[in-house]
Ligand binder design. Structure first.
Ligand code: 5RP
Length: 234
């Protein structure tokens, strides 16, 4: 599993995270994603709020809540603001059609809810996340009660499910919603939409990590520049 230490500086992630902050303007309701790249966006938005930017934000995890509070960003809830102007979030893998796999931080359920509430959904990532086709494992948030059923159903569709274990706790990772995470590998994913639909039909999976609703991707590059990709799907 990749290193998720947010204290390790990444100039590429920083460049992408900060560039996306330019999309945020006064009066917006902003969805704040989870992960080390979005952390740069949240800090940058905090700096801009201190200089007068007038926004409110909906968070996607305890991590983004803590960072947003630290940054001085006013928070609201999805219940109060079910329509979000822009959601900015990270990714574990992005294909050439801007289909994305998320959930490396086990936050993909709330991230998907917030992305679906947003008029514009923007991904921020470093260039190592780009791939012609998706082949990353797909994180599944699963009701603990249904875990063995989900294991069986994933094997039935030729997936290889692994229960995600915690690193500083014995036993499984527990999501912010109190559920287990199963990481399911499917080899090369030739049809992300079909797999997304199949996974959505498995009872016991609360949400899976395939996102096919991305509008824009900001990619931080080793040369310090940021590439911007726009989805052709919408
Ligand atoms: C959390 C996520 C993250 O956005 C994703 O794992 C990317 O993380 P990072 O920006 O640290 O590489 O989906 O559930």
């Amino acid at each position: 599993m990749k290193d998720r230490n947010p204290s390790r500086e990444s100039p590429e992630k920083k460049a992408a995270g900060i560039a996306a902050a330019d999309l945020v303007s006064d009066g917006m309701v902003v969805g704040l994603g989870t992960g080390s790249t979005t952390a740069y966006t949240i800090s940058e938005l905090g700096r801009r709020v201190a200089r007068g930017l007038d926004i409110i934000a909906v968070v996607t995890s305890y991590q983004s809540e803590m960072l947003a509070i630290q940054a001085g960003i006013t928070l609201t809830s999805l219940a109060e603001h079910p329509e979000i102007d822009i959601a900015i979030d990270g990714a574990d893998q992005i294909d050439s059609n801007l289909n994305v796999i998320k959930g490396g931080g086990a936050a993909h359920t709330r991230e998907k809810v917030v992305s679906c509430a947003a008029k514009r959904f923007v991904i921020v990532a470093d260039e190592s996340k780009m791939s012609d086709q998706l082949d990353h494992y797909v994180p599944l948030e699963v009701l603990p009660y249904a875990r063995e059923l989900v294991f069986k159903k994933i094997k039935d569709i030729c997936g290889d499910p692994v229960l995600r274990l915690a690193s500083k706790k014995d036993g499984p990772v527990i999501s912010d919603n109190g559920n287990f995470i199963i990481d399911a590998s499917f080899g090369m994913i030739h049809d992300p939409l079909a797999l997304s639909e199949n996974l959505s039909h498995i009872t016991g999976i609360v949400e899976h990590g395939i996102f096919i609703n991305v509008d824009d991707v900001y990619i931080g590059k080793k040369n310090g520049k940021v590439g911007m990709l726009k989805s052709q799907k919408k």
